[in-house]
Design a protein around this ligand. Structure first.
Ligand code: GLN
Length: 241
């Protein structure tokens, strides 16, 4: 079994080591003797969504987001079809914002893809720091790091989790991220996946099931270091308080 990972716009969106998410997915496949091919998809490249099993799209500055708008318009329809067809996506921060309808940054209106029924507005105070979430999708808390000026209004969308520590979508709403079909959209950098093995395997298993059938199960990994790193953050930020 193999997955093809499309790393979207690594030339415009790669804040805080988010490309580590791609390396993490590839490594977790390799540890199981499975192959993962990584396709960097730079601004302006032709994208064949039919070949992709997972799209990983990292955080980006307001400038990078504005530069991406024209390229996004070219792939918007196919990207939406991919998502509606159960295509797996991990979108972090600037990418999360652009999956929505728009990001209003001061006087500039940055058009999003409108795949998620959410929108974002910039505020002067940046929300910066560690985050711990309780997500119904996972047994372990999700840990990461946020750094954003945007406040994301998710309306009736399903959040990724409840904020146990940190600020989240709006700073005071108590929730973080969005889950929609096989999309996880979140403000959490880190990169996110190395300290959250359950999130990694959620993405991989959904991608493999979509391509090879519902019976696919990933073998367990020991995840000793990953679990220790996760626990360390939870104890430092939440249970140790
Ligand atoms: N430019 C966006 C914000 O500050 C996204 C930043 C990011 O991707 N870290 O809200």
């Amino acid at each position: 079994m193999k997955v093809t990972i499309g790393h979207l716009y690594p030339d415009l969106f790669n804040l805080y080591g988010d490309s580590g998410n791609v390396q993490c997915l590839k490594q977790r496949m390799a540890w199981r003797g499975l192959e993962a091919e990584v396709c960097p998809l730079c601004a302006g490249d032709e994208i064949d969504f039919g070949k992709l099993d997972i799209v990983v799209w990292g955080g980006g500055s307001d400038k990078g987001q504005a530069l991406a708008v024209d390229y996004l318009a070219e792939i918007a329809a196919e990207f939406k079809d991919y998502v509606e067809d159960g295509g797996v996506v991990l979108a972090v921060c600037g990418a999360y914002q652009l999956l929505g309808k728009y990001y209003k940054a001061d006087e500039t209106m940055i058009e999003g893809l409108g795949i998620l029924d959410i929108h974002t507005e910039r505020c002067d105070e940046r929300l910066v720091g560690n985050v711990v979430l309780d997500s119904p999708l996972f047994r372990m808390p999700v840990v990461g790091f946020e750094n954003h000026a945007g406040r994301t209004i998710i309306g009736d969308c399903t959040p990724l989790g409840k904020v146990l520590y940190g600020r989240g979508n709006t700073g005071d709403g108590g929730y973080e991220g969005v889950v929609y079909r096989n999309v996880i959209a979140t403000y959490l950098h880190g990169p996110l996946l190395p300290k959250n093995p359950e999130v990694s395997d959620w993405l991989l298993e959904r991608a493999l099931k979509r391509r090879y059938g519902e019976d696919v199960r990933l073998t367990e990994l020991s995840d000793e270091a990953e679990l220790r790193a996760n626990r360390n953050m939870v104890e430092r930020l939440v249970t140790g308080l």
